[in-house]
Design a protein around this ligand. Sequence first.
Ligand SMILES: *Cc1c(COP(=O)(O)O)cnc(C)c1O
Length: 420
Amino acid sequence: MKKETLAIHHGYDKESFGTMAVPLYQTTAYDFKTAKCAADRFALKELGPIYTRLNNPTTEILESRIAAVEKGEAAIATASGQSAIFYAIANLAEAGDNIIVAEKIYGGATTLLTHTMKRFGIKAKIFDSDEAEDLEALIDDKTKAIFFESLSNPNISIANVEKIASIAKKHDVISICDNTVATPILFNPLTKGIDVVVHSASKYITGQGLAIGGLIVEAKGLNDKLIGNKRYPQFNEPDESYHGLVYANLPLPIFTLRVRLSLIRDIGATPAPFNSWLFIQGLETLAIRMKQHSKNTLKIAKFLKSHPKVKKVNYPGLKGDPYHKKAKELFKNGYASGLLSFEVEDFKTAEHILNSTELFAIVVNIGDSKSIITHPASTTHMQVPPEKLEKYGITQGLIRLSVGLEDIEDLIEDLEKALD
Ligand SMILES: *Cc1c(COP(=O)(O)O)cnc(C)c1O
């Protein structure tokens, strides 16, 4: 089945309850009925709900659906995109280890991976995911993960996914791709040899700015890369926190299983069942929304490019953009999602535009059906030192748009007035 169909049906058997909509299990705990059943579930002899911090039937439908749509083996849902990134890394690295992190990633992921993780003894080395020419030389015995974004927020660049995957494979290091902006509809990193995908479900997956959530998906066959791999003893040696369980001996997808049994168990950043239910609603319309977000954004990119007050437009869907070729190669129909940035003369001009638009709200979210306008240098990238801002092209005149699903003529008219 195609992923557009899986996003609507996978993981829920209508016959079980006779409801068309997926039921919401708004519950903390589950009745085991017998003492044996309780013991068997804790011993993993029987798989079933234990406690909503660990699993929940509504959340499990979301998990199996995202795994199918991403063409992966299994998934786990988390309380936020940030916690998904944290768990994916903490599942692999510990104090004394290092991770290799792309330079151009979401601001929150940068602070988590380069600052907070350092305080836990995990050091980040930075690489350029556009080309990945510098990646291989950074790998050593203590390297436990390579982290990057397929379509980067907010730089709107596209990574050299195939090269990153092949270097990770050669050195038996796990590669993790944040696929939030591209979404599984436009691109499936796991089919290009990436090992793990993470998402902030708070963006395009919910699609209407309704809830915070995250997802981790592991590739088919990832067990083969983890079992017997000397870099990752935690999957191959007894886990003393789980009475000597050896993950490698289980006939289950062990990457996400270990996140569940060890990290979610202990740290507990689990999604609320209601939020999982909202993400299921979002997935049902994701395919049609991504098509429309991409079409609207391309039209706005073309309008801005022809405007005399606009110095530069960054959008991979646009012919002549440095990432246009990669977008056409990697992304479904060459659709390039709903983020674009453009540059005007200076801060004053940018400020005037932000204050003058009516449909574009000044918000630091993305992926909403409602259009959004942001000034990165004074908000999302305020903590970044000036020399780095320049390197990333985040000038005082740079404006980012997350283009929504409103009528395209209304959106262009709104920008036209604001640019006046
Ligand atoms: C928003 C975002 C995150 C963080 O997700 P939250 O759900 O806000 O915690 C991570 N990566 C990318 C690319 C994002 O856009």
